[in-house]
Design a protein around this ligand. Structure first.
Ligand code: HEM
Length: 173
């Protein structure tokens, strides 16, 4: 097998595996983990803190980023070096729509979800030493951030579903 074909096949496998991890993690976080964290109050906050300390924010950003990077390579190869005629074909459009959805999902994931998760952890750490008068404000901010994460998570999940569906159909439309 030629080295170039081997590279393409390896990148394709990597792209699909990364996309599966990304979609699966967002699916689980949004539909199972986030509602449980919301329901369980301080215990949920402790779970979130442990997940952030374990590197969940960086992990999600890396998986999303690598999915996009491998996707750009696949798109470059599919379009023969971004040939406008191939890019404007139905398949090219399908992959472009999916790519845009994936890119927005990555940006929202980092700017809203990741940042909110880190802020929740920081608030949790400051809470015990903060004066009592400030604590209720901190609790309110935390629950607002958790709500924001849940609603943004649903948008990210929807965008990743669009990406997955258009990628799966790309060669057949
Ligand atoms: C910049 C972002 C992305 C670009 C440019 C891109 C591009 C591509 C291209 C060109 C292919 C077809 C490769 C080929 O056979 O020639 C592909 C396949 C695939 N992509 Fe993406 N992709 C991106 C992001 C994503 C995301 C976010 C997901 C899902 C979360 C995803 C899931 C998949 C899957 C599952 C396939 C395999 C489809 C099949 O075998 O029928 N991709 N991608």
């Amino acid at each position: 097998m030629k080295a170039e074909v081997l590279l393409f096949l390896s990148m394709r496998v990597l792209h699909v595996v990364l996309a599966a991890i990304w979609f699966g993690a967002v699916f689980f976080n949004t539909l199972f983990l986030a509602p449980v964290v919301m329901q369980t109050g301080p215990a949920g906050g402790q779970v979130m803190t442990a997940l952030v300390r374990k590197g969940m924010v960086a992990f999600m950003a890396s998986v999303g980023g690598m999915t996009i990077v491998t996707g750009v390579y696949l798109f470059w190869r599919f379009t023969g070096g971004f040939d406008p005629a191939v890019s404007a074909s139905r398949a090219g459009m399908a992959y472009s729509i999916g790519a845009l959805a994936g890119l927005i999902a990555l940006i929202l994931g980092g700017s809203v979800m990741g940042r909110s998760a880190k802020r929740i952890v920081a608030l949790g750490e400051q809470m015990s030493s903060a004066p009592e008068a400030q604590q209720s404000g901190m609790v309110n901010e935390m629950s607002a951030l958790k709500g924001r994460m849940t609603s943004t998570g649903k948008i990210v999940l929807g965008l990743l579903f669009i990406a997955l569906a258009t990628m799966a159909l790309g060669h057949y439309v």
